[in-house]
Design a protein around this ligand. Structure first.
Ligand code: SAM
Length: 262
């Protein structure tokens, strides 16, 4: 029976063979690799990936789609909300030190998925995701560009990222109203050691009034942290490179107790 796409689950199914082929080539799956696909849907990517890998673990929330996927002999199906999946435990269950994660993500929850995976980055070898192009632009945006913001800082601190493929709306059924891109994310081998929660609070405060000089949103926040350093607040949030945000968060150590927020 034909599947009727569910809008609330962000269901836009890939249908363009050349695009599917280009994504699989960008992922470059090898036999035996431990890979997890988020949101396999009607298996457009799943099928060629599983053929190359031998086995593939998939996470699908839609009950009907999960039932169909269970018929594929090469798949291990986890019927769940991806935001509830503990990827560290999943890597252990797959007896893998690191897993590769891929997916044409449901766009309505793509940012929460990226932040959820950030918590499990230590077990991730790499990630390839199809996302709204505007989101990918923000992820890879250089400092002092219009798209540079919280997402850029929080991800560039931890991953090397690359926009690898532009995908137009007509590659999907039904077509989304936006352009899409595939992003490659590789965790940095030696990331700066910083309290991620504190960095996140800092960056959120800095970008809360992105048109104003940082002394407006950030000076009171830093004062609440007891910071008395010489960080230049006569700039806008988008003019501060990732490394400087990280250095500032490090200078705020020792971090406040878990219950208190600067
Ligand atoms: N991979 C397929 C493709 O490329 O044609 C489908 C991609 S579609 C954009 C997103 C998929 O994610 C759908 O299959 C949808 O049911 C699934 N999905 C939506 N929300 C989810 C969630 N919270 N956890 C797991 N899967 C989810």
């Amino acid at each position: 029976m034909a599947h009727i796409p569910r809008k609330r689950l962000g269901q836009h199914f890939l249908r363009e063979p050349a695009v599917i082929d280009a994504i699989v080539r960008a992922i470059a799956p090898r036999p035996g690799q431990a890979m997890v696909e988020i949101g396999p849907g009607l298996a457009a990517l799943t099928q060629p990936l599983a053929e190359r890998l031998g086995r593939l673990t998939v996470i699908e929330l839609d009950r009907d789609l999960a039932a169909r996927l269970r018929r594929h002999e090469r798949l291990d199906v986890i019927e769940s909300d991806v935001l509830k999946v503990d990827f560290t435990q999943l890597a252990q269950a797959l007896q893998a030190i690191k897993i590769r994660v891929v997916g044409n993500l449901p766009y309505n929850i793509s940012t929460p998925i990226l932040f959820h995976l950030l918590e499990h980055v230590q077990v991730v070898e790499d990630q390839h995701f199809m996302l709204q192009k505007e989101v990918v632009d923000r992820m890879v945006a250089p400092c002092d560009s219009g798209a540079y913001g919280r997402l850029s800082v929080m991800l560039q601190w931890r991953y090397a990222m690359e926009d690898v493929l532009f995908v137009p709306p007509e590659s999907f059924e039904p077509p989304p109203r936006v352009d899409s891109s595939v992003v490659r994310m590789v965790p940095l081998a030696a990331p700066a050691a910083v309290d991620a929660a504190l960095l996140s609070q800092l960056v959120q405060a800095a970008f809360s009034q992105r048109r104003k000089l940082l002394r407006h949103p950030l000076a009171p926040w830093l004062a609440a942290c007891g910071y008395a350093g010489a960080f230049d607040l006569q700039r806008r949030a988008q003019e501060v490179p990732v490394a400087e945000y990280v250095a500032l968060a490090q200078a705020l150590k020792p971090p406040p107790r878990a219950s208190s927020r600067c």
